[in-house]
Write a protein that binds this ligand. Structure first.
Ligand SMILES: Nc1ncnc2c1ncn2[C@@H]1O[C@H](COP(=O)(O)OP(=O)(O)OP(=O)(O)O)[C@@H](O)[C@H]1O
Ligand SMILES: [Mg+2]
Length: 274
């Protein structure tokens, strides 16, 4: 019989083959428009969106409430149709949700009737991954999110930050090419938020996943990203892009660097004037 560590080794081997064999997570958006129509009116939610997110890049979309951030992310997730334009992942049209795109949204979307471990294993079970291999992967993630002791707990027994960690682990256990995150830390207290941001960066470095992250928190956008895309409202559109020139290693003291503070001022100014 296969042991857990053998099962994990097999899965890791499969993963390394997967990640070298093909593109992993390049998103191309060209001339994308989104118009919501009702019987009596039309509303242009997104206008002329052009954006490319490279393999393993961490890009944040920053913008005021109502500018269309969630709409754009939901379209990339395949949960919403685009009105016109092109949208591809590794050259393939996105026409619906898919396992290669993991999602973490605000508010905890865990299944309340499943334990923490079962929540993490959910997508793997759907894919038909055998029990032992599933167990190996969920144990790996329980360690990373430091919730080994809560493997058999139910979501209602966890704090907000703990639930959000499980949601991230659940999305990443499927080894998606792209991780789509819509204000995932918006409801957390300041300290927990910082811990979650650091954990996310650690995971991103290890997993080589492309991340498209949404926030309206300027500090969070700078701390996490390699690139920040700023959107404006009425209609929802991209107004500017910034490359974040900060050390790859993002520790707490990055927030004190002159470059960080300068960028913070610039972004605040930009958002104020839009
Ligand atoms: N299903 C829908 N039908 C009609 N209008 C919609 C629909 N979903 C969103 N909108 C409109 O599209 C615009 C963008 O909404 P969206 O949720 O994408 O904004 P957002 O940038 O994510 O805002 P927030 O920061 O508050 O989450 C809003 O004006 C909203 O009213
Ligand atoms: Mg939103």
């Amino acid at each position: 019989m296969q042991t857990t560590s053998e099962a994990v080794a097999v899965v890791n081997e499969q993963r390394s083959q997967e990640s070298t064999s093909a593109d992993r997570g390049r998103i191309d958006i060209q001339n994308l428009q989104k118009v919501y129509e009702s019987r009596t009116s039309q509303f242009q939610a997104l206008k002329d969106i052009n954006l490319t997110i490279g393999e393993n890049e961490f890009v944040t979309i920053l913008g005021p409430s109502g500018c269309g951030k969630s709409t754009l992310l939901r379209i990339v997730a395949g949960l919403e149709d685009l009105t016109s334009g092109e949208l591809t992942l590794d050259g393939e049209d996105i026409i619906g949700p898919g396992a290669e795109r993991g999602m973490v949204f605000q508010g905890y979307t865990l299944f309340p009737w499943l334990t923490v471990r079962e929540n993490i294993e959910y997508g793997l079970k759907l894919k038909g991954v055998p029990t032992l291999a599933r167990r190996g992967i969920s144990s790996h993630w329980l360690r990373i999110i430091r919730l080994e002791k809560f493997a058999s707990s139910y979501p209602k027994q966890l704090s907000g930050g703990m639930k959000q960690r499980v949601a991230i682990a659940r999305a990443l256990a499927n080894r998606p090419k792209v991780l789509l995150m819509d204000e995932p830390f918006g409801a957390l207290d300041a300290q927990t938020k910082v811990e979650m941001q650091e954990m996310l960066l650690e995971v991103w470095e290890k997993e080589k996943t492309t991340v498209l992250f949404i926030t309206h928190d300027i500090d969070e956008a700078i701390f996490l990203s390699q690139r920040i895309v700023v959107m404006g409202a009425h209609p929802g559109r991209i107004i500017r892009e910034f490359r974040v020139d900060l050390p790859t290693e993002r520790t707490a003291d990055v927030r004190e660097l002159p470059a960080f503070l300068q960028m913070k001022r610039e972004l605040a100014q930009l958002l104020k004037h839009d």
